[in-house]
Write a protein that binds this ligand. Structure first.
Ligand code: AMP
Ligand code: GLY
Length: 426
């Protein structure tokens, strides 16, 4: 089977790595890809916004499955347009990608189908949003409705911060994505990322992870796309998983079908595990980055078989096998991230870092004059497996230390909560 993978991050490298191990695969193409992906796929330059050009490429190369990594093309409707050309696509339709593309849409779905989430209001103008904030009080959370590259959320601890965030949103800080805002209750608890593989009717749990969003050790400093992750998430016990499926995922699947937008693809629920149980923080309609990297390290089954089953509506009778080990990934970022990262510094020693249970996934890398260089904010994902979180963490950092890249940095405490729990014997 010929497959085209769209995207260029560490998430896509992990998908490419796993797809390339499938006996079903004839040839993997990736666009735009990155030098790591280039080890297992032929890289092609396609304008992903030009859906007809992507379709024409698929016809020419006899592509039998397109796997869409990031949310942008999904929200723009690439899956619908390719399907209209008769091309099979793993990824949700534009209508069902609204679960990620519009926070207000998802909140209304939760309200309609009784899905536990933070109390909220939706506003299209500053005055009514401010009035709601005034009435509700702080702490409170302000969110731009649309896609804002992970920057559209403000946790406001005071009314002044909340008002400033609302003003920024309606002043166009996030462009069209901020023309509407969701204002919601501040939830407390432990966060977890919960994934399901979906075929429109059936949702199969597809692993759990915990992400570290802040740039600095001890969860300090500005938010990022994610500085590291580990899987499984200890907080997602079998009981919590069962509740999440019953109270959140299954009503979402039924609700989306009822709205005429059955969900097929990866449903990524950002959860807050509160005193009352799991609550939905947000949905993404794609794999998490860097969560995907740790999931792929633990997946024992053939990813291509699973993605095909999701596309063909055949998930009912499938089960998925995972390694019992923990996988942990450390993101190495270029100096300056999450602000403006320095580009062009040379990275050496990756061959010394990789080994039997260690993979280095590329994110923002490029080749310049034959050398591997940094070409983005998050650059490498150093990923290891181990019998415990502590062992996976030790292996990942030993690998990080074998990489020669003075201009890069990483957090030194990925997995700290789980390692502390292991040490305490909990
Ligand atoms: P998002 O971009 O929607 O993933 O939000 C970014 C982060 O903001 C989440 O990972 C949470 O840590 C935090 N967050 C979002 N919504 C809430 C909420 N209602 N209460 C507390 N924290 C939240
Ligand atoms: N790591 C969080 C995300 O992919 O949205």
């Amino acid at each position: 089977m010929n497959v085209l993978l769209l995207g260029s991050g560490g998430r896509e490298h992990a998908l490419a790595w796993k797809l390339s191990a499938s006996p079903l695969l004839t040839k993997l193409y990736a666009s735009p890809g990155n030098p790591g992906i280039g080890r297992v796929a032929e890289l092609v330059k396609l304008d992903v916004a030009d859906h007809s050009a992507v379709a024409a490429f698929c016809q020419e190369k006899k592509i039998e499955l397109v796997v869409v990594g990031p949310e942008g093309p999904l929200v723009a409707g690439i899956a619908d347009d390719l399907r209209a050309w008769g091309i099979r696509v793993f990824g949700p339709s534009k209508a069902s990608a609204r679960l990620e593309g519009s926070k207000g849409f998802t909140k209304d779905l939760c309200a309609k189908f009784n899905i536990p989430t933070a109390a909220y209001g939706r506003f299209g103008d500053l005055a009514s949003a401010k009035a709601y904030v005034e009435k509700t009080g702080a702490p409170i959370v302000i969110k731009a409705d649309g896609l804002a590259a992970g920057k559209g959320v403000t946790i406001a601890m005071t009314l002044d911060e909340a008002n400033a965030a609302l003003e920024a949103c309606f002043d166009g800080a996030f462009g069209a994505a901020g023309a509407e805002v969701v204002v919601e209750e501040y939830l407390t608890g432990e966060e977890a990322s919960f994934f399901c593989l979906c075929d429109g009717a059936t949702a199969l749990p597809f692993g759990t992870a915990q992400d570290h969003k802040r740039v600095g050790d001890g969860d300090t400093g500005p938010n990022t796309g994610g500085m590291g992750a580990y899987s499984p998430a200890p907080v997602m016990t079998p009981e919590m998983t069962e509740r999440t499926m019953r109270e959140i995922i299954e009503p979402t699947m039924r609700g989306m079908a009822e709205l005429g937008a059955p969900f097929a693809g990866i449903l990524f629920a950002g959860l807050m595990i509160t005193d009352q149980g799991p609550k939905l923080i947000e949905y993404n309609t794609r794999f998490g980055d860097p969560e995907c990297q740790v999931l792929m390290m633990r997946l024992k089954d053939d990813l291509l078989v699973l993605l095909n089953a999701a596309v063909d509506g055949q998930l009912t009778h499938m089960s998925i096998r995972w390694s019992n080990e923990t996988a942990l990934t450390v993101v190495m970022a270029a100096r300056g991230y999450p602000g403006t990262p320095e580009k062009g510094s040379v990275i050496r020693g990756l061959d010394k870092a990789e080994g039997e249970s260690v993979q280095v996934f590329h994110a923002g890398t490029a080749i310049n004059g034959g050398a591997l260089v940094a070409n983005g904010g998050r650059v490498l994902n150093v990923t290891a497996t181990g019998k415990t979180v502590g062992e996976a963490q030790a292996k990942a950092y030993a690998a990080v230390d074998r990489i020669d890249w003075p201009q890069g940095f990483c957090r030194r405490d990925i997995g700290w909560q789980a390692v502390a729990r292991e040490k305490a014997g909990a």
